[in-house]
Design a binder for this molecule. Sequence first.
Ligand code: SF4
Length: 143
Amino acid sequence: MDDRKVYVIPCSGIGKATASVGREATYRVVEDERPGCADTICLGLLTLGDEEAEAKLQEADVITIDGCAKDCARKNVEASGKPPTISHRVHDYLKEHRDLKPETVLDIGEGGRKLADVIAADIAEEIDELRNECGDPCAGEDE
Ligand code: SF4
């Protein structure tokens, strides 16, 4: 059920390797880490004011991941009328894991993939906490 999901929304940057890391982390969360209770929505739909996409977010928690300090994901989610519950920047993780520098936009490399794993694990924990808060924990259950 959509209203039980936590939405993880990365920025859509196509020119920064850190944005690619954010998208990779999102896929890890929604496909591998918490497939039963996490999902994502195309940021472009929110930017265009898509009513169906906006409605999905209204009853859900939203976690954004941005590739740089311009915070496009956070700002566009806010503009849709639903402030994110939690906002992340890939750069903040990179500061703590300087050895995991992503390589390029198209191939984030081994370091970038490990950085995406770190972010995904963090977000999976946040999802568990959010779900516990509302009395409905989800630890990787299938839909
Ligand atoms: S947050 Fe930065 S990397 Fe992401 S879309 Fe915006 S400008 Fe591009």
